[in-house]
Ligand binder design. Structure first.
Ligand SMILES: [Zn+2]
Length: 130
């Protein structure tokens, strides 16, 4: 099993930042908790500019040290700037969910369908006019 993330509550290692922690069964559900969990994972990237993402994750070794710190003190001071970036990243990931993509496709398609439907009505109307 490959671990990529540290539990923000107890410092244990877990497979994926959105997973339920196998040790304390904490499940990040609030956006802020998901953002913190993302920060304590090796897949943390921040949107740097319009050209793409910037890798902002700590090394696994550093994350393990943070995990030990959390296990001992039950606390970790998150960098507020990076936390804000992590929340933005969660938001953009949510916008890429299948449901969100489907919604934007429907919004883009609706005017096209209206035009096609209107054209069909026009043709039918022309056909029966004579
Ligand atoms: Zn935990």
């Amino acid at each position: 099993m490959k671990f990529t993330s540290i539990c923000i509550k107890c410092g244990s290692q877990k497979k994926w930042f959105k997973d339920r922690c196998p040790s304390c069964s904490f499940l990040p559900e609030e956006k802020i908790d998901i953002a913190k969990s993302l920060m304590l994972s090796i897949s943390f990237e921040i949107q740097s500019n319009e050209y793409g993402n910037e890798y902002a994750a700590k090394t696994w070794q550093e994350l393990l040290e943070i995990g030990k710190h959390i296990a001992k003190s039950g606390n970790y001071e998150f960098d507020q700037y990076l936390l804000k970036k992590a929340e933005d990243e969660i938001t953009s990931l949510e916008n890429l969910s299948p449901k969100a993509v489907l919604k934007s496709v429907v919004i883009w398609l609706a005017p096209v369908l209206v035009v096609i439907f209107g054209f069909i009505l026009y043709v039918i109307w022309q056909f029966f006019k004579v």
